[in-house]
Design a protein around this ligand. Sequence first.
Ligand code: UGA
Length: 484
Amino acid sequence: MNLSTNIAVVGSGYVGLVTAACLAELGHSVVCVDVDEEKINALQRGQIPIYEEWLPELLQRHGGRRLCFTTSLDSALRESSVVFIAVGTPSAESGEADLSYVEKVARDLACSAYGYRLIVEKSTVPVYTCEWIRRTMAMSSPEAKFDVVSNPEFLREGTAVLDFLLPDRIVVGADSDRAARVMQDIYKPLTSGAYYQTRDAIVSGAAKGAQLILTSTKSAEIIKHASNAFLATKISFINAVASICEKVGADVTEVAMGMGSDSRIGSRFLMSGIGYGGSCFPKDLKAFRSFAHDLGYEFKLLDEVMKINEDQRQSFLKKIRSAVWNLRGKRLGVLGVTFKGGTDDIRESPAIAIIEALIRERCTLSVYDPGGAERAKEVLPASVTFVDDPYRASSGADALLILTDWAEFCNLDLNRVSEELAQPIVIDGRNLFDPQKMAQAGLLYYSVGRSNPTKLEPSERPGLRSQASVQCDIPEYDATSRKC
Ligand code: UGA
């Protein structure tokens, strides 16, 4: 299919593992390196530490053949002409990205470089990181021959493999022709479209090849942070609009549809709810903000984006209060703990923050999540009951809260939910359902940025009507058209 390259990927987290597996899928020989011996042993046995669609298939396909795992950076480097750095860049206390892992890898690389190597920075990092890597390597080993490029990732958890194999764009920041050429070769199967024509391709039949954008390293580094900051801004913008919609009785989903149909705006990332979370947006916004500050620019827009995001949680808590009156002692069913559907990740999850606030208010919680329960048990107190289906979460509850947009929540048997609940109240932080149809199903339905019931009068308590076939508004991921 293409000229295969020998590649080392340093770091086996979400980004490293998906990158390694997808590069193997494109025909390259890949060795993935991590200092975590237990993790590497598990990967060698075919066990995957994260929940990511298509990753098991890729490991099955290439593990032990084009895709190997090791703890030895030195042996990986001996074999590889290209090294992707995909180690963590957590938030330091000040909000800036902690780049100490990246620096350590750069030193290790310099000390064990065998001839020319292309170093590819894949971790999310601020501007000048490629420059720092270059300088660190040159100082650690003056005779080392290498180039450093930036190749930011735009992978969403849960759809990371599809995002890699069918990208909107591939960004390569390279300051030398030689480096740019190597990167173009690596991604050739995607840019030429040849990958999509192969027999077992995970994404097949794409009409044309992916676009590769060549920039300077600094521009590529900014593209990554600016993209995440812009997407988060879009979410906070629609959440701010949602607050206005609620006040005047408009429907934010209709407003989003009307706005998003303008091709200059676009319909994606305009779903309002309890705000964004995850390991990327919150961290990257803080890092971008902090980096701008260090440069002497106060990026106040980002302060507001973060504030609106935080406000969404508070206003959701208010909404729960307005639906059930006092929180103290209330029994609440909770659907969802992860920061979004389709992942087991609970990092910076707004759902967890809301659950913690409800625990402080002394609510009794019964929680169901199809993927994140085990991780949530590690951070939530033992007083929270985890159950294995949504109806048990609803059983005897004063209200049911929807905190994560898992697709399976859309298929709830609403008659059953209503029967299980002590009061037929559903408070939806993800706008999964059509309010009219929920009302027809006999449920008092509260959502975000749409008209909400004002109060529950006993005489107004809705009776259950027909078997509810409520249409769910959750978008399906469409791998071919890339539309959500
Ligand atoms: C995000 C970006 O989308 C990726 O492009 C990027 O590569 C990645 O961060 C990263 O920097 O590594 P991810 O964190 O997996 O990906 O999650 P998203 O799908 O972007 O969702 C982030 C949060 O925004 C979630 O909590 C989600 O529920 C929320 N969201 C998303 C909304 O509230 N409304 C929307 O319309 C879309």
